[in-house]
Ligand binder design. Structure first.
Ligand SMILES: O=C(O)CCC(=O)C(=O)O
Length: 269
């Protein structure tokens, strides 16, 4: 079976109009297998600490540093080509995690991913998110629920809409294993309730404008040797670059210098 060519303009149009788009063949079977293997040691030991993380949900943070498969998924060329159309050059990886929603989990609170930047809406998204299905997303297993078109809503509309009406407008993103939804940081959504008998495993990354503070502090979370071994594009996404004229400098130097062998912070000399 041949895969249809990637129609970037159609994806850009859907992201612009509806606030989301789906790449059905985002990860192939080999990548899914590698993702499961890489995640296995980290799953089965803990649950979320609050209703947002999900009491019957397991999250594995700093995913980008937990296996080469996640490095590849983080810099997937079609995804980056889409992000290039919405975020300024130099955009950053803001969050990277696996989310396993177990049977019995309730639906998450409705939210939008760039809400913590606290800038008035309507406005362009400050981040974009990708959620990839390692298990197929079905009507019952906790598929992400989205509210199409809500990326354009004002603060007032979000504050005043009847919550029942908003929830009635939501729809689950059903997609095969390997599919991924890409959506604007302004789109209302939630992790769905898992009413099935099996877990729902997904990976998700968020990418933010180059001037924004990232959710995860990857300088501390990703070991320096691991960051040094990553591709230049990933190093850039992790913040090892300058956003002109000098955001991101390290004691007056380019941050990539800090990944060189034997580098010691000059403050100690
Ligand atoms: O797991 C999901 O489907 C969505 C999770 C989510 O939106 C979040 O944690 O911010």
């Amino acid at each position: 079976m041949t895969t249809p060519p990637f129609d970037i303009e159609a994806h850009v149009q859907r992201l612009t109009q509806d606030g989301y788009t789906i790449i059905e063949d985002f990860a192939d079977a080999a990548a899914l297998h590698q993702a499961r293997e890489a995640l296995a040691p980290h799953l089965g030991s803990h649950h979320g600490r609050n209703s947002f993380e999900g009491f019957a949900t397991e999250r594995v943070y700093t995913l980008v540093a937990r296996g080469q498969v996640f490095e590849r998924l983080t810099e997937e060329p079609r995804l980056l080509a889409l992000l290039d159309r919405f975020l300024q050059p130099g955009y950053l990886l803001s969050a990277s995690q696996a989310i396993c929603i177990y049977p019995g989990e309730a639906a998450q609170g409705v939210h939008y991913d760039d809400g913590f930047y606290r800038q008035p809406r309507p406005r362009p998204a400050i981040s974009l998110s990708v959620i990839g299905a390692i298990d197929a997303f079905t009507d019952t297993n906790g598929a992400t629920d989205i509210l199409p078109g809500s990326h354009t809503w004002s603060d007032e509309k979000i504050a005043t809409i009847d919550p029942h009406e908003a929830i009635a407008m939501m729809r689950p993103v059903t997609m095969p294993a390997g599919g991924a939804i890409v959506f604007q940081g302004t789109l209302l959504h939630r992790g769905g309730a898992n009413r099935s008998q099996a877990p729902r495993l997904a990976f998700t990354n968020q990418y933010c404008e180059p001037w924004g503070r990232t959710q995860e502090n990857f300088y501390l979370g990703v070991p320096r040797e691991r960051a040094a071994a990553m591709s230049p594009r990933l190093q850039d996404l992790l913040g090892y670059n300058i956003w002109p004229p000098f955001m991101g400098q390290v004691t007056g130097s380019h941050p990539l210098k800090s990944l060189e062998d034997g580098w010691i912070a000059p403050v100690d000399r």
